[in-house]
Design a binder for this molecule. Structure first.
Ligand SMILES: Cc1ncc(C[n+]2csc(CCOP(=O)(O)OP(=O)(O)O)c2C)c(N)n1
Ligand SMILES: [Mg+2]
Length: 801
């Protein structure tokens, strides 16, 4: 007897019906894989990676999976998605074809390859759905083991919800923290560092995470003997097994073709994780790959005949079938009926999906042909245009690319004819219609996105004290923790000592070890904790101790967080705040300012570079009102500087995407950010003595950048531009220049060549002289500005050198 979700005991007939239904799902899934491969080989779809050979364990997983639970997995899980009712046959094929309409391909609106699964956490306006009323899958990414860091956070959210007070009204996300985060990964991908890092962290944190490893002995062509010590992940993780004296994991191994054993294992695993918040590893062995890894190659190249024969015999669906016959649950006839029915519904679904995909494109094709025919007839280039029309007409299954190429090539032939107007209008209208299907939703489009932030200035008493900047920041965090029970912060040394610069001093004592937490040294999974928790309605602040160590996390930030809104076409979000500190301090690994690297890899995340802690605090206050992710880089050398204490801590807001002019001037515009600004201000003051009056603009926000185009307005006045930062030559300064020249048309107002002044192309050397000779100094800045003014007016500003 089996237990269904509501715990009532099933009758034998119910049990039989359920098993037959499971078998049908498995068969449908398999038919999808078989037909999917054909669609790629015949050219209808570009690439296919399918779940054949992994169907049966996913049925067992789906039985243990409840509303509110989350999956974080990889491209083999189509059967699971079908079993939880989150993927239809039509949707499977829409994904394979790359249908750009979210209603047809709910996984990614054609942005990701098929096999990358997701459910919708957000409605079409970007507001949360009730995640407790649905079974949830976080959106897959292709980098192997990239699903691991986020899995940790998805699991940790349950722990927070169960144990932190004040979150009782988060009923759309939790019921007393009973939700499990279910991970899936291939055996070979467990070789990745992210896997081991996350496994260790989940053991330490004791979170409800159930990790399934689908083991088919291969990673594409590479056998387990090259992947895993002892060729067994459960063998080598034995040290993680919990015992009477130690917390740890529960570890199960089970064969992937053994349906009853799989069900029993998944039920046990769910019980342990859900009730007791103990992580579980399920090593699912003896799985197969009937069609090989993907449509890019065939597995006959690397599997010998014995292996291939074994795979045929131990195909999990075949074994399930055998078990059903042996236990007299079904007879051959019933099985054939199910198989035939599966074949039919998959074929029908595929056809429907293809027609749905193709019809709007064919509509564009006939629209263009109808438009071009009379144009061709009247054109002096009639012959050429008619050839273009005929070629386009001949394409039975066109792409929008074919259609727009034809239209744009025709336009060139009409350069001297009046009819070009109607064609150019048609092209522009089509591009405007189609482009957003591929480019929308890089960032949140909801009413609480960053654009919604009001500018609320800090208020100062007339006798406002000057205090250490780190105290200002700490007191501001204190207000935020008081105001928002869903805010939590975690990082290396962030808990007991209140971070290395004491910006969180005393807050753990006040708000507890779960909300102000020390964590292990593991930057990628710190970010993963943040991503996962933010996806479940919490407001995590993940701390990366020094900006130099962001490199350990840049992959997951770039691949997962930065793409999340985009790759789900706005149906998932993770409003995670990443707190770090950087710019000049000391030596090769504590002076990093690699902003070029950051902004180029993190499009989709706000990148904020406050020059002091008041500005930084204003950014935290702003961000907690929005639903967007952001990286805030505090100035490493700014914590001990004095700043005026505002009276409205926790309330004032620094708007995002706007510059601030911190000194007005007439002769040259200086653009900078972060720690460098203090040197720029110093140089500008010194230049006043020789009659050079510079305007200084603090960028404040690199992504998004100067939305009001205030820098161009400043150049209109000064006609000269120098950009100064601590990044490498051609780093963030090159991006700033591109924005000013190309986006803001700033070149129109320039009388001198626009210039950048940056650090040396190497990491900064140790010591004060190391800094002086590695990063721009006040003298460097002074002299660079002076040289620009000298070139403009050599008589007034005589050369220095
Ligand atoms: C970081 C990264 N490296 C390489 C790849 C290319 N790749 C895709 S799947 C795969 C093999 C994965 O094997 P396994 O984890 O065993 O999963 P299986 O496909 O066997 O289910 C590789 C190397 C990738 N997607 N990401
Ligand atoms: Mg494998």
């Amino acid at each position: 007897m089996m237990q269904s979700e509501d715990k009532t005991v099933l009758t034998f007939d119910d049990f039989k019906t359920e098993v037959l239904n499971d078998y049908k799902i498995a068969r449908i899934s398999r038919e999808c894989s078989l037909l999917g491969r054909r669609e790629v080989l015949t050219g209808k779809a570009k690439f296919g990676i399918f779940g054949d050979g992994k169907e049966v364990p996913q049925l067992a997983l789906a039985k243990a999976f409840k509303n509110g639970d989350f999956r974080s997995g990889y491209y083999r899980d189509q059967t699971f998605m079908m079993a939880i009712g989150a993927l239809t046959i039509e949707q499977f094929f829409a994904g394979l074809y790359g249908h750009t309409d979210i209603h047809f391909d709910p996984m990614s609106a054609g942005r990701q390859m098929g096999g990358h699964f997701a459910t919708h956490s957000l409605d079409e306006n970007g507001n949360w759905n009730n995640l407790m009323k649905q079974k949830n899958s976080s959106s897959d990414i292709s980098p192997t083991a990239g699903q691991m860091p986020r899995l940790l956070g998805l699991a940790q959210a349950s722990k927070i919800y169960r144990n932190v007070k004040g979150l009782e009204n988060h009923t759309n996300f939790t019921e007393n923290g009973n939700e499990i985060a279910w991970g899936t990964i291939g055996n070979a991908s467990t070789s990745e560092g992210l896997f081991f890092e996350t496994i260790n962290a989940a053991g330490v944190l004791q979170v409800p995470m159930v990790m399934s490893v689908w083991d088919d002995e291969y990673g594409i062509s590479v056998h387990a003997k090259h992947q895993t010590t002892k060729e067994s992940i459960s063998e080598i993780l034995k040290g993680f097994q919990r015992d009477e004296n130690h917390n740890g994991y529960e570890i199960f191994t089970v064969n992937g073709w053994d349906f009853p054993e799989l069900i029993a294992t998944y039920q046990k695993a769910a019980e342990i994780a859900r009730q007791h918040h103990v992580p579980v590893l399920i090593h699912v062995k003896e799985l197969t790959q009937p069609q090989g890894h993907s449509t890019s190659g065939s597995h006959e190249r690397y599997k010998d005949s014995d292996r291939l024969a074994w795979e045929t015999e131990f195909d999990c669906i075949e074994q399930m079938k055998k078990w059903m016959l042996e236990t007299n649950l079904v007879n051959e006839e019933q099985l054939n009926e199910i198989e035939n029915e599966a074949k039919k519904v998959v074929l029908d679904g595929k056809k429907l999906a293809w027609n749905n995909y193709l019809s709007p494109i064919k509509q564009n094709q006939s629209e263009l042909i109808d438009l071009l025919q009379p144009i061709a007839a009247a054109s002096e280039n009639k012959i050429f245009i008619e050839k273009i029309i005929a070629d386009l007409q001949a394409i039975k299954e066109p792409l929008n690319k074919d259609i727009l190429t034809a239209a744009r090539k025709t336009l060139r032939l009409l350069i001297n004819e009046d009819s070009k107007v109607v064609l150019s209008q048609w092209i522009s209208a089509k591009i405007n219609e189609i482009q957003p299907k591929f480019s929308s939703n890089l960032t949140s489009q909801s009413t609480t996105n960053c654009e919604s932030i009001e500018d609320i200035k800090p208020i100062y008493a007339t006798d406002a004290e000057l205090i250490d900047a780190r105290v200002l920041l700490r007191d501001n965090f204190d207000k935020l923790f008081e105001k928002y029970p869903e805010v939590l912060i975690f990082g290396e040394d962030a808990g007991a000592i209140g971070d290395v610069n004491q910006g969180l001093e005393g807050l753990q004592e006040k708000y507890g070890e779960l909300r102000v937490a020390d964590v292990g040294i593991r930057e990628a999974s710190i970010i993963g904790q943040g991503i996962g928790m933010a996806m479940r309605g919490l407001r995590p602040i993940a701390e990366i101790q020094y900006l130099d160590y962001l490199l350990y996390a840049i992959q997951i930030l770039s691949d997962d967080l930065a793409t999340l809104q985009y790759r789900t076409a706005g149906r998932q979000k993770a409003p995670l705040i990443i707190r770090s500190r950087g710019h000049r301090l000391e030596g090769v690994w504590h002076s990093g300012s690699p902003l070029g690297m950051i902004i180029n890899s993190l499009r989709g995340i706000n990148v904020l570079v406050p020059r002091n802690m008041t500005k930084a605090a204003g950014f935290y206050n702003s961000l907690l009102k929005t639903d967007e992710p952001a990286l805030i880089i505090e100035c490493l050398n700014g914590y001990r500087l004095k700043e005026k204490a505002p009276t409205n801590l926790g309330e004032f807001q620094t708007p995002i995407g706007y510059t601030e002019t911190i000194k007005e001037g007439a002769d040259i515009t200086l653009v900078s950010y972060g720690s460098t600004l203090r040197l720029v201000e110093q140089a500008a003051n010194e230049l006043m003595a020789v009659g050079i009056d510079a305007e200084i603009i603090d960028v404040q926000s690199l992504l998004p950048f100067d939305k009001n185009h205030d820098i161009a307005k400043s150049i209109q006045k000064t006609n000269r531009l120098l950009i100064i930062d601590e990044d490498l030559p051609g780093g963030a300064s090159a991006y700033i220049l591109q924005q000013i020249i190309e986006v803001q048309n700033g070149y129109k107002h320039l009388d001198s060549a626009p210039q950048t002044l940056t650090a040396q192309p190497h990491r900064p050397a140790y010591g004060t002289d190391g800094d002086y000779f590695s990063k721009p100094s006040t003298e460097d800045i002074y002299e660079k500005i002076y040289a620009i003014m000298h070139e403009a007016n050599p008589l007034k500003y005589k050369n220095l050198y």
